[in-house]
Design a protein. Structure first.
Length: 504
């Protein structure tokens, strides 16, 4: 099916999110829509999917103008969408989620779950998915949840499929599997719109690329274009693909983990006798496939997980077992891996989110009441300093793009004196311009004498930021190596192989 968007314009008050955008996607084509966070990519696709109504312009399918009044109309016309934030009901099974909104019934209005299970199995077999139709969605890894979203879209016989930032929460292995699925769909004749800001993925899978900046189409590019060329089109200026940094000036203090052991309530050892030191003035990055204990180490440091054994010291003082508030008050900054769940309150304003962990600070309170003038002044300074794209301090943070939400988290954590910065997946779901900005801020923190612990599944990020790299596998650190360690060696370590020259 051929998809054409003509002159699509969408406004939110004075903000023009889409400004007369034209786009054509041919049958059996993967068309990448590339742009920085807040460029208008997701808004455009939400117009296509019927979630928003365009103020101007037309949607055409096979040259016929459409009038979508909601997602039901779009799905009925053959358009499916795999959202960046999954539209699944966690307590429902896979089969129940797939049939939701298109329920088949048998006698007396009883749901035909057997037919739904059979349909899930048929689509799963087609793509080689290993999915149990009776599994509860909330118990599934994010990569499998995304496959459920794909099955949902295909169960409606989608001929145009939109993937909105589909790799933001996937591991590298899951991303490679998704790329293979997209190619298979393309080869079967499905038209695919692939929204992303990850240049490697665009160059790997796209047939054509359209670049959007500040709500407008600024050009088309070939997948053979270099990363630097694509980044410059996205951001409108040359972008440093690797942050510049000198040798670290290492101090005496910092973070020290000694024999750290974390056990889940069900008795599973997820962090197993870990020793690690992050000295003041250096960046230590923990690399590894997600699910090997990195998250639990971070939670233990921040007081979010109980310690079974061992110690956590900051500048020589024990912080293990203390409350989250006590740990933050010791000068610990925390960028969580899931900003929506753990970093922000979506319904709160930008300025309220900027003081979530400082609401009792005398700079913002007076006789137990928030000093609105001081808060707004602080927020406007942070918005300008961190280039947060928002209509104002009172804007609900949940309406911002993912990259701008991440900037709010970074601004909040770095706007106070720090001794330790713990940054988990600091650029997940963030465009190249914002990655450049966030990486520079992390190196600036290091250079000011802060001990920095970065946890990332992105090897490019690990290598760019780290002075030393600790690789985790099955709850243990298998080695600590220099930042210039070859990627193939890091890959082997991530699979559990220990090179002789590494020493934890």
């Amino acid at each position: 099916m051929k998809l054409e968007l003509r002159g699509i314009t969408k406004r939110f008050g004075t903000l023009v999110a889409n400004d007369h955008i034209d786009l054509v996607v041919q049958p059996g084509e993967i068309h990448a829509l590339l742009g920085e966070n807040g460029a208008g990519k997701s808004t455009l696709m939400n117009v296509l999917y019927g979630l928003y109504q365009a103020d101007e312009g037309d949607i055409l399918l096979d040259d016929a103008v459409q009038d979508f009044r909601g997602p039901g109309d779009a799905m009925g016309a053959g358009i499916g969408m795999v959202h960046q934030h999954f539209m699944l009901v966690p307590v429902f099974t896979v089969a129940e989620n797939v049939m939701l909104g298109h329920e088949n019934t048998k006698g007396l209005g009883v749901l035909d779950l057997a037919a739904a299970r059979a349909h899930v199995r048929a689509v799963a077999d087609r793509f080689g998915f290993q999915i149990d139709p009776d599994a509860v969605v909330g118990d599934l890894p994010v990569g499998v949840q995304q496959r459920v979203e794909i099955i949902k879209a295909l169960s409606r016989e989608a001929r145009v499929l939109v993937f909105d930032e589909p790799t933001a929460v996937l591991t590298p292995q899951e991303t490679d599997e998704l790329m293979a699925i997209m190619r298979q769909l393309r080869d079967e004749g499905t038209s695919i719109v692939f929204i992303t800001h990850k240049l490697r993925e665009v160059r790997e899978v796209a047939d054509r690329i359209t670049v959007i900046r500040l709500g407008k189409v600024v050009g088309e590019a070939s997948p053979t274009a270099s990363n630097a060329e694509l980044a410059a089109l996205m951001v409108g200026r040359p972008v440093e693909m690797v942050v510049a940094k000198g040798a670290p000036t290492v101090g005496e203090g910092g973070l020290a983990l000694d024999g750290l052991r974390v056990v889940t309530p069900s008795g599973i050892v997820v962090v197993d006798d870990v020793d690690l030191q992050v000295r003041s003035g250096e960046v230590v990055a923990i690399a590894g496939v997600q699910g090997n204990g990195q998250t639990e180490i971070v939670e233990a440091i921040l007081g979010l997980a109980s310690i079974d054994h061992g110690s956590i010291r900051l500048d020589g003082d024990e912080i293990g077992g203390r409350s989250v508030r006590a740990i933050l008050d010791r000068g610990v900054g925390f960028v969580p891996e899931d900003r929506k769940e753990d970093g922000l309150v979506g319904a709160f304003s930008v300025q309220e989110n900027l003081i979530l962990d400082r609401s009792d600070d005398r700079a913002f309170t007076r006789a137990g009441t928030i000093n609105r003038g001081a808060l707004e002044s602080f927020a406007r300074d942070r918005i300008a300093e961190y280039d947060i794209r928002t209509q104002g301090p009172d804007t609900p943070v949940g309406t911002l793009s993912g990259g701008n939400q991440q900037k709010v988290v970074i601004a909040r954590e770095m706007a106070r004196p720090l001794r330790l910065l713990v940054a988990a997946q600091p650029t997940r779901g963030v465009d190249v311009g914002s990655i450049e900005f966030i990486h520079k801020r992390i190196i600036e923190a290091r250079d000011s004498g802060v001990a920095v612990l970065v946890v990332s599944t992105e090897l490019d990020e690990v290598v760019a930021l780290a002075d030393r790299i600790a690789v985790m596998y099955r709850g243990r650190i298998v080695g600590i190596v220099p930042a210039d360690t070859p990627r193939d060696v890091l890959g082997l370590m991530m699979a559990g192989e220990v090179p002789e020259e590494s020493a934890a």
